[in-house]
Design a binder for this molecule. Sequence first.
Ligand SMILES: Cc1cc2nc3c(=O)[nH]c(=O)nc-3n(C[C@H](O)[C@H](O)[C@H](O)COP(=O)(O)O)c2cc1C
Length: 322
Amino acid sequence: MWYESQKPIIALAPMADMTDSPFCCVCREVAGDDFVIFREMVSSEAIVRENQKTLKMCEFDEVERPIVIQLFGASPEIIAKTAKIVVEKFSPDGIDINMGCPVPKITGKNLAGAALMKDHEKAVEIVKKIKAENLNVPVSVKTRLGWSKPEEILEFAPKLEEAGADLITIHGRTKTQGYSGQADWGMIARAKQVISIPVLANGDVKSPEDARVCLAQTGADGVMIGRGALGNPWILNDILIAKDTKVRNINEIIGVVLRHANLHLERYGEKSMVTFRKHLACYFSNAVNKPRVTGLKEFKKELMKISSLDELAMVLRKLKKF
Ligand SMILES: Cc1cc2nc3c(=O)[nH]c(=O)nc-3n(C[C@H](O)[C@H](O)[C@H](O)COP(=O)(O)O)c2cc1C
């Protein structure tokens, strides 16, 4: 099992529209094999309806392993059915259930994501039903501290453990907080003490130093990194070797950007370069990478206008000249 082989566990967080196959392949190429990838969430309802776009989102390259596919939904029966379909069709190394997404589209009508923190019975039922399928892969849950009060996790996490969850990732914020304030690593430490399954601490880990402090403060079995890895896939290895943060060489960043752009294009087609702009923004804004060059503001504006690989290469060539 992927979570047994290494301590601390390093995980790439699931991020909708970001942790797709091209980005995950780049993370592997840049940062090696010693971390687990949680792919962006997919709708369980869409999978049972055999929605082709959603099924395609579950595809991965073998180099991405170990890889966990995250499902969201509110019906225990449908999620369990989906987990079975996904395992049989794609053979991922784990199934994760989203119990933390605060977006109204997810929590609203369907009462999925973070809404499951308000319905412990249903959350428990989801875990039990998936485990009853005997899929032979770990079943994990990613959640927050609570809906509105951080202490809610102290009641919720033991219930998930009792239901059979193999691992829990805790984002140190409540649903009400959204992304505001600081992740409360102290409360993750308290949650870790009330359960015995592995815990991944998540929230605001943006450097190897943050990871060291987070692991020491929480006593967690590992850390999961989200926004800190966008535009900075190197972090997933830097943490392991406890390498200090340093500004990257601009040519190294450009090489990785072009490689990522090529993989994106291969997967989504020539018109997709417009949707690659979100990654470009990260590569040149992430505080760690931010190239110390003059004219960066103008250069970033030009990057946000590219719509083909040629245009991207042309703009990047200008940066090389700075
Ligand atoms: C763009 C974006 C998309 C996200 N999508 C998901 C998702 O699909 N599933 C999930 O459980 N969390 C999702 N999250 C939350 C992250 O996995 C993570 O819990 C959160 O960003 C806090 O960690 P960080 O401070 O390391 O970014 C998303 C976050 C961002 C910024």
